[in-house]
Design a protein around this ligand. Structure first.
Ligand SMILES: [Zn+2]
Length: 510
C-alpha cells in the first residue's frame, strides 16, 4: 500500500531540524519528502492520501531501555492498592472469568481493611476455587494465595514446618506466605506461567507502548524464553513494535546466534555492575551521606563483564551494562576501554567531572531515564547537596558531545514518553524538587530531548533505519495534537498522541 501523509508540520528529524509538509510511503519505508506537490509527483498513481490538517507528525519514540515482560505483567494484574476491605478484594476477583491461567494481583494492605485482619485462602476460595490466585501485599514481602495455588506449587510439602508458610492455631495453612516462601512463590509463577499467558501480557504491553507513541524498544534483561514467545507471536500475527532484545548475561553464553529481522532481533547482552541508589547498593567512590559506613556493592566482576562484551562482539552485538554509582561507572569504563567497539552504559546516574572525557573516548552511548530526577527526589539524601552536580548531568553529557538515549526503565517509570520529555526539560523544578532547583543547568531543551528520544535511542539500539523520517528510513511516526517545540515546558506532559504508525501502517488511532 502506498500512502501520502500530510500534516500541519512534519518533523523529519530534530538534528539537524528538518520539517516538510508531506511524506510518501511505500513498502513501509519513507520514499519521498517535501511539499505535497513534490511528493505527489514522486509517488505516482494509486496512492492513498491521509491528511492531518491540524496535527503534527514526528518520528515515533524509541524507548531504549525498558522491560517488556515486567510491563506486560504489571498492566495485566489486578490493582489492589488503596483497597479498604477484604470484601472489595473478593468482589474484584469474582469479576474475572472462571477459566484461564493464574490470577495475579498486587498492592493490598491489611492495615487498611475494615475487617482488621489478614486475608486468607478461605476468602479467596469463596470467589475462585479453580484458577490459582496469588495476591501480593503492597511491600512485596508477603502474599495471600488460594488453595488451588498452594496445591499447584506444592508448598505444604516443600515448606513443611517453615514459619513463612503461615498456619492457624489448628495447624492448617492460612494462605498467607511471607519472606522466603513469598520469594519462592513469586519466582515460581514467573517460571511456570504458561507461554499463552505471557503471550497475552506481551501483546498488552505492545499495545500500550503503541498507544503512548512508542514505535521501538530496547527490551532489557530479556530471557531466551521470552524471546522465543515473541518470535512465536511474530509468526502468528506480526508485531507492531520493533523489539531489540538484550539477553541477560547469565543466559547469553548459551544463546544460539539469531540475526532477527526488522521487528524482532537480539541486539546484545545486558550486564550489571552495581545495584540501586534506592536500596543503597549503587557503588560509589564516597560513602553514602545517609549511611556513612556504606559505599554500595559491586555485582558482576569486571572480568565477567569483559567476557560478556567479548562474546557479544564475536556475534556482532553490543553489551549494555547497568552502572548507577560513579565507582561502577569507573569499572565499566575500564572494561569498555579494552573492548573493540562502542557499547552502551545503562543509567549512568552519577558521573564525576573527570569521567566525561573517558566516556567520550570510548564512544559509549549513555542510556538515561530523565524521570528519575522527579521520582527519585531523595537522591540528594544519599549523596549530599555538595554532589548535586554529579546527579543525572544530561546537559553536561551533551556539552561533552556524548550521545544520550532516553528511556523509562518501564514499569519502573510510566511508558508515556511525554512524561520523560517533561522531566528532561524541567527536572521537577515545577514540583520544587532540589535536583532541578540546585542543578538547573542540567536541564535540556525540548528539541534536545526529542532528538535523544529518537535519533539518540536509534544509535543506542544500533539501528540506523529508525529514529528519523528521512528518505529510506522506516515509516515509524506519531501524530500529535500540538507542536512540542512551541509548547511551554509545563505542558509537555499533556501532549496527546492521536495516532501511531509503524512500518507505514496505522497501528493505533485515537
Ligand atoms: Zn532496567
Amino acid at each position: 500500500m502506498k500512502y501520502i501523509v500530510t500534516a500541519k508540520i512534519i518533523y523529519l528529524s530534530f538534528n539537524p531540524k528538518k520539517t516538510c509538509g508531506a511524506i510518501g510511503i511505500d513498502g513501509g519505508v519513507v520514499r519521498a519528502t517535501g511539499s505535497f506537490e513534490d511528493v505527489v509527483r514522486n509517488m505516482g498513481s494509486e496512492v492513498e492520501v491521509k491528511t492531518y490538517q491540524d496535527q503534527v507528525i514526528m518520528p515515533g519514540f524509541i524507548d531504549a531501555h525498558m522491560h517488556l515482560d515486567d510491563f506486560g505483567k504489571y498492566i495485566s494484574i489486578i490493582d489492589l492498592r488503596g483497597m479498604t476491605s477484604i470484601e472489595e478484594m473478593k468482589a474484584k476477583i469474582s469479576c474475572i472469568a472462571k477459566d484461564g491461567g493464574w490470577i495475579l494481583g498486587h498492592g493490598w494492605d491489611q492495615d487498611l481493611f475494615s475487617e482488621s485482619r489478614w486475608p486468607t485462602r478461605d476468602d479467596l476460595d469463596m470467589v475462585q476455587n479453580i484458577r490459582p490466585v496469588f495476591m501480593s501485599r503492597v511491600d512485596l514481602h508477603s502474599a495471600v494465595m488460594n488453595s488451588a495455588a498452594i496445591k499447584e506449587m506444592g508448598l505444604e510439602e516443600e515448606f513443611a514446618g517453615d514459619e513463612d508458610l503461615v498456619r492457624d492455631s489448628t495447624g492448617s495453612v492460612t494462605g498467607v506466605v511471607k519472606e522466603r516462601v513469598f520469594g519462592y512463590a513469586d519466582d515460581w509463577i514467573k517460571i511456570h506461567m504458561p507461554d499463552e499467558q505471557w503471550e497475552e501480557m506481551l501483546q498488552k504491553a505492545e499495545r500500550e507502548a503503541n498507544k503512548a507513541g512508542v514505535t521501538s524498544v530496547g527490551f532489557m534483561s530479556c530471557s531466551i524464553r521470552q524471546y522465543a514467545i515473541l518470535s512465536h507471536l511474530k509468526l502468528k500475527r506480526g508485531l507492531s513494535l520493533r523489539i531489540h532484545a538484550y539477553i541477560s548475561s547469565d543466559e547469553f553464553p548459551s544463546l544460539e546466534y539469531s540475526s532477527g529481522d526488522e521487528f524482532l532481533r537480539i541486539s546484545g547482552v545486558k550486564a550489571f555492575s552495581d545495584g540501586s541508589l534506592g536500596s543503597r547498593t549503587a557503588l560509589l567512590s564516597f560513602p553514602y551521606m545517609d549511611n556513612p559506613e556504606n559505599f554500595g556493592e559491586a555485582r558482576e566482576s569486571n572480568d565477567s563483564i569483559y567476557g560478556s562484551g567479548k562474546l557479544a562482539e564475536g556475534k556482532r552485538m553490543d553489551i549494555g551494562t547497568h552502572a548507577i554509582g560513579d565507582k561502577a561507572l569507573d569499572n565499566v569504563l575500564s572494561v569498555y576501554e579494552k573492548l573493540g567497539k562502542e557499547h552502551r552504559i545503562e543509567h549512568a546516574s552519577l558521573v564525576r567531572s573527570d569521567q566525561f572525557e573517558r566516556i567520550k573516548n570510548c564512544k559509549a552511548v549513555l542510556v538515561v531515564q530523565p524521570h528519575f530526577t522527579i521520582t527519585d527526589f531523595w537522591t540528594l539524601n544519599r549523596i549530599g547537596e555538595g554532589k548535586v552536580g554529579m546527579a543525572y548531568p544530561f546537559n553536561t553529557m551533551l556539552k561533552n558531545k556524548i550521545p544520550i538515549a532516553l528511556s523509562t526503565d518501564c514499569p519502573v517509570e510510566n511508558i508515556n514518553p511525554w512524561e520523560t520529555v517533561y522531566a528532561a526539560v524541567t527536572r521537577g523544578s515545577h514540583e520544587g524538587i532540589p535536583l532541578g532547583l540546585l542543578s538547573g543547568e542540567e536541564r535540556i531543551s525540548t528539541e534536545q530531548a526529542l532528538e535523544a528520544y529518537t535519533q539518540g535511542s536509534a544509535l543506542a539500539l544500533r539501528n540506523p533505519e529508525i529514529g528519523s523520517l528521512l528518505e529510506g528510513n522506516m515509516a515509524d511516526f506519531i501524530v500529535i495534537d500540538r507542536d512540542p517545540l512551541a509548547a511551554p515546558d509545563d505542558e509537555l506532559q499533556h501532549i496527546n498522541v492521536v495516532g501511531t504508525w509503524v512500518g507505514g501502517k496505522a497501528v493505533w488511532q485515537l
